[in-house]
Design a protein around this ligand. Structure first.
Ligand code: NAD
Length: 474
């Protein structure tokens, strides 16, 4: 059932919810737990602000460039706050801030002009791209700023207003970032709302919203699609992944091992398009396991605020429990931990970087998204089997092929059923490329001009050519 009349939570009116530092497991701040009446007011103001914002492309471009400068200049304030609530190493938080500013710059001024079209008949037709109205952007906790900007930068550039809802695990850096951006934009063009559920559900089914753009898990994505169906708002869903990396028999293990390791473990494995399972020719399998285990054992795990930390904690207790469950299940299915395999005996949500071998292919750590610092490495006999195994999933976000003969690797990559395939690396994205998962990994296209058009609708004007010619002659 669509959750379109979510009830008010008991005793939460005017309240706040705690934000926990995952490196300590202790609450260190809080954020407003906003309720239905506040959300109604925010969406109402976003509708009002849209009237002017949509009409002046030049002013929008200038405002978005100013917003990019403001975000970039605020790195020293934003990055440590992001690390504190999310857990990632400080260098990665700075990279996230930089990517956010770059995305604002990329989309500033990108709204398309009118497009004449013809099918040979005597009619002059023209497409004028129009924005949709207030957009709801709902994002998860793994890249709070970067994923939010992937929503609001194209939506704002296209002339929409945006109501942004971060995850309740990571609301703080987003609130700070939006306050900086908002100072460069007209009032109520970009607003952030924070709160526990049902705030996201209320936003997704709000009748004032015309596009719900969501990043998160498959089950929540399904709920969001139902919620948005209440007002038939457009839906874009960027969901989970279970990306496979296939190593070919000519792979240079020493050369690729470090890159492969970090393709799985960056941001503590909490990346939708991280490598989540590795397929290796049987004769190379033990060497690859050993090489990956060496990196897992030597990775510096600690608070993201400590200089030198390479791997921070898992973001929250719930996700840590999931990672522990997946790993325990694999071990009880007969897998062996070549590195890690357990949480660390210290405060906070730390899990030892884990390389699993002898994993049955139907173990949950292979078939589902572990979303944490755990990587199963599976041997294969022939390449067709490996490609079939890589494609045998309800997900379809990305995949990669690793080998020395690049043409052969590319031919294998072409057989992967997913949205993006990489050769000898994984999860690199250009701001200019389309990003779209297939199967249960997503609906709609983000990134580049495709992300912009996802926030626009075609408005078509027809003029009869004969009358036009008469007018010109007369
Ligand atoms: P989640 O689905 O639990 O939550 C995502 C967001 O939805 C949060 O803001 C949450 O508060 C909100 N939400 C929860 N219930 C809702 C409802 N009924 N209606 C509307 N909003 C609701 O995801 P998560 O645990 O925060 O993030 C991890 C997941 O995100 C992983 O599956 C990961 O693969 C996926 N992800 C995908 C991409 C991508 O681009 N494809 C990128 C990053 C993360």
């Amino acid at each position: 059932m669509p959750n379109c009349r979510p009830r008010r939570g008991p005793g939460t009116r005017g309240g706040r919810f705690a934000v926990v530092d995952p490196a300590t497991g202790e609450a260190f701040d809080d954020s407003p737990d906003q309720q239905a009446d506040e959300l109604d007011a925010v969406v109402g103001r976003a509708q009002d602000a849209w009237r002017d914002w949509r009409s002046d492309d030049g002013a929008r471009a200038a405002a978005l460039l100013a917003a990019a400068d403001a975000v970039e200049a605020a790195g020293p304030g934003l990055a440590p706050l992001l690390t504190r609530e999310q857990g990632k190493p400080l260098t990665e938080s700075y990279a996230e801030v930089a990517r956010t500013a770059a995305r604002l710059r990329y989309f500033a001024g990108s709204a398309p002009g009118p497009l004449p079209i013809t099918d040979g008949r005597p009619v002059l037709s023209e497409i004028r791209w129009r924005p949709l109205g207030p957009v709801a952007a709902i994002v998860p906790w793994n890249f709070p700023l970067q994923l939010a900007s992937a929503k609001f930068a194209p939506a704002l550039a296209a002339g929409n207003t945006v109501v942004l809802k971060p995850s309740p695990f990571t609301p703080l850096a987003t609130r700070l970032m939006v306050s900086l951006i908002s100072a460069a934009l007209p009032e109520d063009v970009l607003t952030v709302v924070t709160g526990r559920e049902p705030l996201g559900a209320r936003l997704a089914c709000h009748p004032g919203i015309r596009h719900v753009t969501f990043t998160g898990s498959v089950p929540t994505g399904r709920a969001v699609a139902e919620e948005a169906a209440a007002s038939l708002a457009r839906v874009t869903l960027e969901l989970g992944g279970n990306d496979a990396a296939i190593l070919l028999d000519d792979v240079d293990v020493d050369r690729i091992a470090e890159r492969l390791f970090w393709s799985a473990f960056r941001n503590c494995g909490q990346v939708c398009m991280a490598v989540k399972r590795v397929y290796v020719p049987a004769r190379l399998h033990s060497g690859v396991v050993e090489a990956l285990a060496r990196y897992a054992k030597s990775a510096v795990v600690g608070s993201g605020l400590d200089p030198g930390t390479q791997l921070g904690p898992v973001n929250n207790a719930q996700q840590l429990a999931r990672v522990e469950d997946c790993t325990a299940q694999a071990l009880s299915d007969g897998a062996r931990a070549a590195a890690g395999g357990h949480r660390l005996d210290r405060p906070g949500y730390f899990f030892a970087p884990t390389i699993l071998t002898d994993v049955p292919p139907d173990s949950v750590v292979v078939t589902e998204e572990q979303f944490g610092p755990v990587l199963p490495v599976l041997p294969y006999g022939n390449l067709d089997e490996a490609i079939d195994a890589a494609n045998d999933t309800r997900f379809g976000l990305g995949g990669s092929v690793w080998g020395t003969d690049l043409d052969r690797a590319e031919a294998v990559a072409g057989r992967l059923e997913c949205g993006t395939a990489w050769i000898n690396h994984h999860a690199e994205l250009s701001l200019a490329q389309p990003f779209a998962g297939i199967k249960e990994s997503g609906v709609g296209v983000a990134g580049g001009p495709w992300g912009l058009y996802g926030n626009l609708r075609p408005f078509v004007v027809h003029r009869p050519q004969e009358e036009q010619e008469e007018q010109e002659e007369g």
